[in-house]
Design a protein around this ligand. Structure first.
Ligand SMILES: Cc1cc2nc3c(=O)[nH]c(=O)nc-3n(C[C@H](O)[C@H](O)[C@H](O)COP(=O)(O)OP(=O)(O)OC[C@H]3O[C@@H](n4cnc5c(N)ncnc54)[C@H](O)[C@@H]3O)c2cc1C
Length: 368
């Protein structure tokens, strides 16, 4: 058994066969692991996975790394104490492009498919009133949680989770990315002719800023995001709304509220809500303690229906970069001579489907 399997049983990440962990004062200390590939994709969010999957299909050797314990980035699902699942990042996805529509349809048509049309739109809350909207295009969500979208995109790709890249260097025409893997802060080094960066803009600038041309740097510097504080709450009783979700306009605290259990099947009937603070509120409170954020968001939810929430379990998560409000203006950046490529929602814009599209489009751009 290899290191990744030891840490994450059943994870799809093909592990580093040659990793060895040696006991050291009770901790696992690994030897430096060096690997070479044609492409190194940093970030196994949906953009990085879409890109890596298509590059792999050309026969190239592709390695995708992510600092998270699982793939998906902002496409994130949590297992609650009772075993219920809850999406605390992306809530659903839309599919307007032909390719993503076909991809979603193929999944839905599978026997025992886990992908469902969750709703065809949701009402908005404005000035104390909930306004219904005409049903529109499908909003998809898997019963197994949004993270399973990332797992599906990752199938067949060599993904190394729990691997953080902290430095980049150039060695001739090759990129060398170094960092560490968990457990044990094991040093890692990846060498590749092509480096693909799929991180939110600020993280990308910190890691790779010195390697960017002036024009690329100013494009990436222009990318801005709204943050989001998210609260998950498992309730004794459901909230008094029939809707699967509500989007808030100009609410002093809230940006979004969903009854997450309406995405699940009968095995997980307990009421679970997910509430996001609005971008404006989350920005003001971004450095606040989780406890006070949780109290403020839950009080705002109680204020909607005038009903006290009986909370059995609650969690709070801070997303510093939730949704882009300004993008680079191009679906990807690619310099084949330098072997440097960039995609992700900072290029494509708000919505999961745009992030996926940037990965697929960049792969086409690299091949073409
Ligand atoms: C609260 C919230 C709600 C949302 N709701 C919706 C919605 O309902 N519908 C919708 O369409 N979209 C929604 N979105 C937006 C959607 O989630 C994103 O657009 C999309 O997931 C972005 O994917 P990505 O691959 O570009 O970036 P990410 O998912 O951020 O992937 C980047 C990855 O890079 C990794 N990484 C960063 N630094 C390093 C490093 N140094 N070394 C290794 N790995 C690193 C990160 O761990 C991460 O996994 C929401 C987002 C949030 C946060």
């Amino acid at each position: 058994m290899n290191a990744a399997e030891t840490t994450h049983p059943g994870r799809l990440a093909p592990a580093l066969e040659s990793w060895r962990f040696e006991p050291f004062f009770g901790y696992a200390v690994g030897k430096m692991q060096s690997e070479t590939s044609d492409y190194l994709v940093i970030g196994a969010g949906v953009a990085g996975l879409a890109l890596a999957g298509d590059l792999r299909k050309t026969g190239a050797k592709v390695i995708c790394v992510d600092k998270g314990r699982v793939v998906g980035g902002r496409c994130a699902t949590r297992t609650l104490a009772t075993g219920s699942l809850c999406d605390y990042g992306t809530q659903y996805f839309t599919a307007k492009s032909d390719r993503l529509t076909r991809w979603a349809q193929a999944w839905i048509n599978e026997p025992d498919s886990t992908l469902r049309i969750w709703n065809r739109g949701y009402p908005t809350w404005e000035r104390g009133e909930i306004k219904e909207r005409e049903p529109g295009h499908p909003r998809y969500a898997p019963t197994t949680g949004m993270q399973s979208i990332a797992e599906r995109l990752a199938q067949g790709t060599d993904v190394r989770v729990s691997t953080t890249i902290t430095a980049l260097a150039k060695d001739g025409d090759k990129w060398v990315a170094t960092g560490h893997a968990h457990p044990g802060e094991t040093p890692v080094s990846f060498t590749a002719k092509n480096l693909c960066l799929t991180l939110p803009a600020e993280q990308l600038l910190r890691l790779a800023g010195t390697f960017l041309s002036d024009s690329w740097r100013s494009q990436i510097e222009s990318v801005t995001y709204d943050p989001a504080w998210t609260v998950i709450a498992v309730l004794e009783n459901d909230i008094p709304f029939d809707h699967t979700a509500i989007e808030f306009k100009n609410h002093p605290v809230l940006g979004w509220l969903s009854r997450d259990h309406t995405k699940r099947d009968f095995r997980h009937p307990e009421p679970v809500i997910v509430a996001h603070g609005s971008g404006a509120w989350s920005r003001v409170h971004i450095e606040d303690w989780k406890d006070s954020v949780q109290a403020a968001i839950l009080a705002a939810v109680e204020g909607l229906g005038g009903q006290r929430l009986a909370v059995r379990e609650a969690h709070t998560h801070r997303w510093r970069y939730a949704a882009p409000t300004q993008t680079t203006g191009e679906p990807f950046l690619s310099d084949k001579a330098q072997g440097l490529h960039i995609c992700g929602d900072g290029c494509g814009g708000i919505r999961l489907e745009n992030a996926i599209a940037t990965g697929w489009l960049l792969a086409e751009g690299i091949k073409g």
